[in-house]
Design a protein around this ligand. Structure first.
Ligand code: URA
Length: 205
């Protein structure tokens, strides 16, 4: 049989890496969480998205961006003309961090220690996938990608150079859009997010 151009080797390496991540104890977040939520998508994707951390639904499903933020993300991708099936989607932190309030699990922001502990996994994913462009969704992802604290408002919407010589791009996190209560402002910010995605994607053309 003829081997596909992107050999089965990286698929196997990815599967092994994911398997290893399932048992990760690099930080304490693995204890209360249901499971590691690893990245997913083609291992030869030119475009990678990095989110913050799995939410309640992602923690249960074991897949990134399948809950409310995922719906906003999917709709924005579609509007920007990006096929989610063709991109690699992962998170800066791979376990759900939450506070238990009665029966509800409330999202808690990952700290710098957790982001930096989990960075190892993002780096392994980036070494395997070798995306030409990596889009950070929000400050946690931007910290993970750059290793420094980033002000989204100052650095969004233009290419940045990453340490490995590839390009990065910073934009807001889809959950930010869900938190805006004013309808007109929410629509403006949503359109701006879509524009960021469209402009990032255009760098690959
Ligand atoms: N928010 C994220 O950053 N990642 C997910 O997977 C879901 C919500």
């Amino acid at each position: 049989t003829v081997k596909p151009a992107t050999g089965g080797n990286s698929e196997a390496a990815w599967a092994a890496l994911r398997e290893e991540a399932m048992g990760c104890t690099r930080c304490p977040l693995h204890r209360p969480a249901t499971q590691t939520v690893f990245g997913e998508g083609p291992v030869d994707a030119a475009l990678m998205f990095v989110g913050e951390q799995p939410g309640d639904q992602e923690d249960l499903a074991g897949r990134p961006f399948v809950g409310p933020a995922g719906q906003v993300f999917d709709a924005a991708l579609a509007e920007a003309g990006i096929d989610r099936a063709g991109v690699y989607v992962t998170n800066a932190v791979k376990h759900f961090k939450f506070e238990q309030r009665g029966k509800r699990r409330i999202h808690a922001k990952p700290g710098v220690g957790e982001i930096d502990a989990c960075r190892w996994w993002v780096e392994q994913e980036r070494l395997l996938v070798r995306p030409r462009l990596t889009v950070a969704l929000g400050a946690t992802a931007a910290r993970s990608l750059t290793g420094r604290t980033v002000t989204i408002g100052k650095e969004r919407g233009r290419p940045i150079a990453l340490a490995d010589g590839t390009q990065g791009w910073i934009t807001v996190h889809p959950s930010f859009l869900l938190r805006i209560t004013d309808a007109a402002q929410a629509e403006d910010e949503r359109a701006r997010f879509v524009e960021d995605l469209r402009n990032a994607h255009a760098l690959l053309q």
